[in-house]
Design a protein around this ligand. Sequence first.
Ligand SMILES: Nc1ncnc2c1ncn2[C@@H]1O[C@H](COP(=O)(O)OP(=O)(O)OP(=O)(O)O)[C@@H](O)[C@H]1O
Length: 369
Amino acid sequence: MEPIQVDGSYGEGGGQIIRNSMSLSHITGKSIQVNNVRKGRKVPGLQPQHLMCIELISKLNPYHKIIGATKGSTEFTFIPQDTMLSSQKIVGDIRTAGSCTLLAQALLPALLFSRYEGDSRPPVVLKGGTDVSFSPPVDIFTNIFLVTLSKHFGISIDLNIEKRGFYPKGGGVINLKIPSIHLPIPSIDLVDKGTKVSEIQIDCVYTDEKSLSNADKLCKQIGRDITTSFGKNVEVIFNIKKDVTNRHSDFLIVTLAAKSDTGCLYGSDATIDLKSKKTHFDATPHSKDIVAHLLKQWTDDGCVDEYTQDQLIIFMALSKGTSRLRVGPLTDHTSTAIHFCSKMTGATFTVEKSESSFVVTCEGIGYTT
Ligand SMILES: Nc1ncnc2c1ncn2[C@@H]1O[C@H](COP(=O)(O)OP(=O)(O)OP(=O)(O)O)[C@@H](O)[C@H]1O
């Protein structure tokens, strides 16, 4: 059969197209020919994180064939084979600060929807950046995305941070335990955001002993800004932690996870490099930004935040029955994911404006192995 043509410059035109199409090619057994990879980006073509994702998925099965995937290449072909996989440990080392969570984004569906000898899935170790720009920081990935996956699709993944990795060095390590799941996964109905935010958890990790006072200052300021923006009745949970895995860095990693009265989750985050701050640390602008971002996620009227929406599309496509997901403004990442997930699986998606938000409806294919 002719490979499915994947235009890497379509829509958002970034690495997500590679992750979704590689996962789905492995899952469905359909070959793909990808061209125009990251065509509009400053440095086009495959970069270390994308290459590692291709390498890991293509190595899941010794009979999979990958052609033309090298650093900087703008075209490659993947010809997957359908066989039982072995439970051998999977280790992916990006060797740069490329994002481990984006690697996980590609690998999780590929592993969850595969046939394995026996019930267990292999342990996964991913090395690279854990808290880097333009990707989910590992705490957001854990507290927002993985919790949403568990709550709504019944898929519970265990993520352990062995070492944090930052730009430009990387060197972070995360371990994932992936369960075997009952297929097909259920569809979701996530359309009721509720009437109020009932709880906000502030996680602040500092990597240098000297920065405890800055972490404390930032959390207190965030607490005050939350009261101003969300009102006095929100329960605020503070969690300040020293990271013991990075001795030579001075970062503050702050993540907020807001929960509505119907259990919807919204994240907001910042990774602050204190070494680059020559002057005294001013918590106010950081706090204002991160709380304003969180408030926007809530007032946009979706049931998930702007970064979670695109990550759920692949699961909706593979689930059984009709899924509904209310989102705020539809992001380019989401409409691009819809395009490719629909093309690769045959799932049908519709997007309708509903009051001030959008509802994405998907007729999933009910994938079973
Ligand atoms: N601050 C953030 N918090 C949570 N998720 C984020 C954040 N920033 C980006 N994301 C998510 O990370 C993913 C980024 O995908 P994208 O394709 O842009 O990445 P990429 O592989 O680095 O590609 P490229 O370099 O081509 O943009 C998306 O799923 C997006 O929702």
